[in-house]
Design a protein around this ligand. Structure first.
Ligand SMILES: [Zn+2]
Length: 334
């Protein structure tokens, strides 16, 4: 568990404090609250606490390493989670019933998990062509490692849409079924009982994926859409999840996932060159939507919810036991 640090600590730079005063004011105004200024706290990322200083806000939005979300309404929250080739980052902003805005960040990079360099193929090394491998990192532990981490929310009914606009030619005809497969893979693994979760594909839509090119969460229309973006950031897949506290429980009100066409994807199991398995990316992003947080790359390499995905690997198309346990703890089994 990360430490919650008071944002207005003595070590906070003056500029940060000024910016936070701005967000406090904006929060109070937008909610019509004249009293009780919102406290603004942030959590240190798992490893590098210095990264705190990279959280910024303009009074209405909060940004962290290229991710941007709007300050949510009272009792609501939003998470932006981006899976990249070099790890994974997330930004979660929650606003309690008392108006307090809490920011949590999470960053995992190559450097932190350097011992698993073999899992981190670099898309920029074009010369390093690889062939698809079904070998799962630490495959022997896939059905024994029980580790998981929960974000704390639940998506009661996962009805989702696919927007095919902008799909790369290489996967245009196969993407819908790979995305379906990645979503269906949430339900079962390792010979366990099925999770009490019935994702339902509602078909194609022209409704937009509410994820901006730069990695910003642009809004919540209440429709769960997955689709494509020519993203400008270094992310393969990015998910924005909105939640609201209902009867004391964080309940997802909308979750969208964008897949970045600046990277190559594949859906088959061979002839891969520096491309990423669509089904694996989708399964990981769905994990975020449904309430899973990351587990350590180095300690739990066989889990889907580790930060990194290597090029051409198809070894994470199904949940590890820990991923399953996390979902089972949240949704139950049947
Ligand atoms: Zn992730």
């Amino acid at each position: 568990m990360r430490n919650l640090l008071p944002f207005r600590s003595a070590s906070a730079p003056a500029s940060t404090v000024a910016a936070l005063a701005a967000v406090t004011a904006a929060v109070a105004v937008s909610a019509g609250i004249a009293t009780a200024p919102a406290a603004f706290t942030t959590a240190a990322p798992a490893v590098d606490s210095a990264v705190d200083s990279t959280v910024t806000n303009d009074g209405q939005s909060v940004s962290y390493q290229g991710l941007t979300v709007r300050v949510p309404a009272v009792g609501e929250g939003v998470q932006a989670a981006a899976q990249s080739t070099s790890g994974d980052i997330s930004l979660t902003v929650t606003r309690g019933a008392d108006g307090k805005v809490v920011v949590k960040t999470d960053a995992h990079t190559h450097d932190e998990d350097g011992e698993h360099a073999d899992e981190h193929a670099d898309e920029e090394s074009a010369a390093q062509a690889a062939t698809a491998s079904s070998a799962r990192p630490s495959a022997a532990k896939t059905c024994t490692d029980k580790a998981y981490a929960l974000a704390g929310w639940k998506l009661p009914s996962f009805k989702w849409y696919y927007n095919p606009a902008g799909a790369p030619a290489s996967v245009r005809s196969t993407a819908a079924s790979a995305i379906s497969a990645g979503t269906s893979a949430l339900v079962k693994t390792c010979g366990q009982k099925s999770i009490r979760l019935a994702p339902s594909y509602a078909g194609q839509t022209s409704a937009g994926v509410q994820v901006g090119k730069a990695g910003n969460c642009t809004g919540n229309d209440g429709r769960n859409v997955i689709g494509w973006r020519a993203g400008s950031g270094r992310w393969l897949g990015m998910t924005c999840t909105y939640f609201k506290t209902i009867n004391g429980k964080k309940t997802v009100t909308g979750t969208d996932t964008a897949l970045n066409t600046q990277y190559k994807f594949f859906t088959a199991t061979k002839n891969c060159t520096n491309a990423y398995d669509l089904q694996s990316v989708v399964l990981h992003e769905r994990g975020h939507s449904l309430g899973l947080n990351h587990v350590s790359q180095s300690a739990h390499a066989s889990a889907v919810m580790t930060p990194a995905l290597s090029a051409c690997s198809v070894g994470k198309r199904t949940l590890g036991l820990g991923d399953y346990k996390g979902l089972a703890a949240t949704y139950g089994v049947r």
